[in-house]
Design a protein around this ligand. Structure first.
Ligand code: ZN
Length: 431
């Protein structure tokens, strides 16, 4: 089994462990989930009190749930939270009373177009109660009286998030952010959490120029809270990616940062193009995941989002069919490898000066012709060597050179190392 295959399986196993937990934007489900991730990486857990002002928002009351059901007139459970946590409207207030079918219907959510799937619905900022169920079950409910019960609390408490800072040579940071606020949903939430966790583990083992900051936060309110508490540190973030929907069979999709052509945008697009497989690139829009907050005009960070099929674009999105079968180890592994390749570009992207800029240096006498591997790609390597020497004028980065030469960053970077070792290039210190 290759390393990638093994990591793919481990990420899927981590998701399977997290899957049954009822998460929300606050509450014990988030704490439990972060504790599980904490067995893989030394997560720092932050608790922010309800009511704390965060820019134009306030940290909401904390929601916890133990049980919820609807019983029919003869006392049989027709909807049961213990069977699937999507059955309860996330953030429902507690309730215990008898209602008619007519009143119950006003609080039910189903998907007639997918009659066997349970939808995922929330009501974070408007107090309400409700149940989600398959349309097939909903249509089968007879007239009569029902008993509804939601054993939950919505009360002052905390918003919980996890943060892991992995230092590198420089204080300049790369931000990797994912949301961790959805209950039993696999691609939308757990896949991002699993890939982020395993990226952190992989990066621990690597030499790092950059420092890395991993955030496991509730969508929207989590990034707003983090930005409000860390405003003075935000300028250290040089590049960032929001991870989500990274485990489905669809191809990779990159959503550009608001800046549009930042180094992160160019690095991701370069890696996708070089992979010679289908991919999509979409421009920034103020919708989606937490890139909305990182790219708000007051921050305008160089943060894009690399997903597979974007949110809302696959039928299983926000339903019980976004499960552990939709997400497969091979797709997780492919996303993981792509993220690592992008981070490798950022780590190694430097500017060089040709120490012998007046005409080409004589490569033959230095043993550089035909010496770079001696494989069938020798000719390509020689061409890349000429490009690197030509563009090493202190203004072009290795990524610029790779794009100009129409070749992979990895090859350009390798060639630059060889030329540097022969004294033909010197790295220009970053400003
Ligand atoms: Zn979602």
């Amino acid at each position: 089994m290759s390393v990638e295959e093994r990591v793919g399986r481990e990420m899927h196993a981590l998701m399977a462990e997290l899957y049954p937990i009822c998460r929300s934007i606050t509450g014990d489900g988030v704490r439990q989930s972060l504790a599980i991730l904490g067995r893989h990486i030394p997560l720092q857990i932050e608790e922010v009190a309800s009511g704390t002002a965060v820019f134009d928002w306030a940290v909401p009351n904390e929601w916890n749930i133990w049980d919820a059901w609807v019983k029919n007139a003869v006392g049989e459970k027709v909807i049961d939270f213990q069977q699937c946590n999507l059955h309860v409207l996330n953030y429902s207030v507690p309730i215990h009373r008898r209602v008619s079918l007519g009143e119950l219907q006003e609080h039910l959510h189903s998907l007639p177009e997918y009659p066997d799937w349970i939808p995922y619905r929330t009501s974070y900022y408007r107090e309400n109660w409700g149940f989600c169920l398959s349309d097939r079950v909903r249509q089968s409910l007879p007239e009569g009286e029902y008993e509804v019960f939601i054993d939950a609390t919505l009360a002052p408490g905390h918003l919980t998030y996890g943060e892991y800072y992995l230092p590198g040579e420089s204080e300049d940071e790369i931000l990797l952010s994912c949301h961790s606020c959805h209950p039993s949903l696999a691609n939308d939430n757990l896949a991002g959490m699993a890939v982020a966790t395993f990226l952190a583990k992989a990066l621990q083992e690597k030499k790092r120029r950059y420092s890395y900051r991993f955030l496991f936060i509730p969508g929207t309110i989590g990034s707003i809270t983090w930005l409000a508490r860390n405003e003075d540190r935000v300028s250290r973030i040089k590049h960032g990616l929001v991870l989500a929907c990274v485990g489905d069979p669809g191809h990779l999709t990159y959503k550009r940062s608001r800046r549009g052509n930042a180094e992160i945008d160019r690095a991701v697009i370069h890696v996708l193009r070089q992979a010679a497989r289908p991919y999509d690139v979409v421009d920034f829009s103020p919708y989606g995941y937490d890139e909305r907050q990182y790219c708000s005009p007051g921050f305008n960070l160089a943060v894009g989002s690399l997903t597979r099929t974007p949110h809302g674009r696959y039928p299983q999105y926000h339903t019980s069919a976004d499960n552990l079968d939709l997400v497969q180890p091979e797709y997780l592994a492919d996303s993981f490898a792509t993220y690592l390749a992008v981070l490798d570009v950022l780590e190694k992207n430097k500017t060089y000066l040709n120490t012998n800029p007046k005409c080409e240096p004589q490569l033959g006498k230095r043993g550089l012709y035909g010496a770079l591997g001696g494989l069938q790609d020798t000719r390509e390597r020689e061409m890349v060597m000429l490009w690197v020497l030509n563009l090493a004028d202190g203004t072009h980065t290795l990524l610029d050179m790779a794009e100009r030469a129409g070749t992979s960053f990895a090859l350009v970077s390798q060639v630059a190392s060889v030329l540097e070792a022969h004294g033909l290039l010197t790295a220009v210190a970053p400003d």
